[in-house]
Design a protein around this ligand. Structure first.
Ligand SMILES: Nc1ncnc2c1ncn2[C@@H]1O[C@H](COP(=O)(O)OP(=O)(O)OP(=O)(O)O)[C@@H](O)[C@H]1O
Ligand SMILES: [Mg+2]
Length: 310
């Protein structure tokens, strides 16, 4: 594929990322490969464009398809620090953005009471002090905005957030800034690379999606899965990696409750390596099916459909 050209149209957001790191989509692909992540062309060009446009990437797809690993690999490939916000139901501003260090504030107050002086003046000074830098605890979003060095911000499993908490992300993702009422607005001096991942357990808001480039990560083709197995499982023979990819592909074509993901392919490859297997045979598939499928009915169905003798 022709590398996508790098020019950013006038009027688009200023980009502060180091263009030398990822000058073309092809170079993104090459850099990811060096850290063991095998991208397809859609992944490479989305990461490239996101860097150039200064936009977050929303990565959506089934479990175990490499969403989280993509962000980690971009951090590794660019030498950036990874800052991760693991989302869950009930996550609030204090855990995502910042909170005040109440204990320290209390100690400061007690110290001030001990040294009683001119009341009005002292209170003004004390208030500014209590809500100053040294009493602020940065949480992942603020930390990423304030970081002076290159960072990759991973907002993992964003679909687990409550809708109200999702709104907290909007200011960060569009303006790369955080408003702190007592302190003012903190704006990023360099735009972090941001990845949001989602398993599509619920529909995300239009406002959030509008701020992001969208990347769907489905199951890889057998050829790419073979390459992933070879990259991630050192020592696995090439022909065995090919057989693993083919079997997993066949299983994904069945009416299963939970299709095997890349994670399971890798676990299976490691299992076969430990067992010293050279070729996949029917009995072996039955014996190790529990590494690939995690549901009793799925295992029974797969054994029946693949006509594997008991
Ligand atoms: N393209 C790829 N290249 C290399 N390894 C990959 C690739 N895709 C997936 N993997 C491997 O698959 C495993 C699962 O990936 P990851 O944890 O990123 O999945 P996920 O999509 O975030 O899943 P979940 O939705 O369950 O969090 C990891 O071990 C990762 O290294
Ligand atoms: Mg993940």
């Amino acid at each position: 594929m022709e590398p996508i050209s790098a020019a950013v149209p006038p009027g688009w957001p200023a980009v502060t990322q180091d263009e030398a790191v990822f000058p073309t989509a092809a170079r993104v692909a090459a850099a990811l490969r060096t850290v063991g992540y095998l991208p397809d062309t859609a992944i490479a060009s989305t990461v490239f464009l996101a860097g150039r446009l200064g936009k977050p990437v929303l990565v959506e797809g089934p479990a175990g398809t490499g969403k989280t690993e993509l962000a980690k690999s971009v951090a590794l490939a660019t030498g950036a620090r990874l800052i991760r916000l693991q989302c869950y139901e009930g996550l609030d501003e204090a855990k995502a953005l910042y909170e005040w260090n109440y204990r320290k504030q209390l100690l400061r107050l007690q110290a001030a009471q001990g040294a009683a002086s001119d009341a009005a003046d002292e209170w003004g000074r004390l208030h500014d002090d209590l809500f100053g830098e040294s009493f602020l605890l940065s949480r992942p979003l603020l930390e990423a905005i304030r970081a002076p060095e290159p960072v990759v911000l991973l907002i993992d499993e964003v679909d687990r957030l409550d809708v109200e908490t999702e709104a907290l992300l909007l200011e960060v993702l569009s303006d790369y800034q955080v408003s702190i009422p007592e302190l003012g607005t903190v704006t990023a001096s360099r735009i972090p690379r941001v990845f949001l991942t989602s398993n599509s357990s619920r529909e995300l808001s239009e406002a959030l999606k509008r701020r992001c480039l969208y990347l769907h990560l489905g199951y890889p083709t057998p050829e790419r899965e073979r390459e992933i197995v070879l990259a991630r499982v050192p020592g696995i023979p090439e022909h065995l990696a090919g057989q693993i990819a083919q079997v997993v592909q066949t299983l994904r074509g069945l009416e299963l409750r939970k299709r095997p993901s890349v994670s399971e392919s890798l676990d299976w490859a490691r299992t076969l390596l430990v067992l010293g297997v050279q070729d996949i045979e029917a009995g072996l598939l039955t014996d190790t099916m529990n590494v690939l499928l995690k549901n009793h009915h799925d295992i029974a169905l797969a054994i029946k459909e693949l006509a594997v003798p008991d």
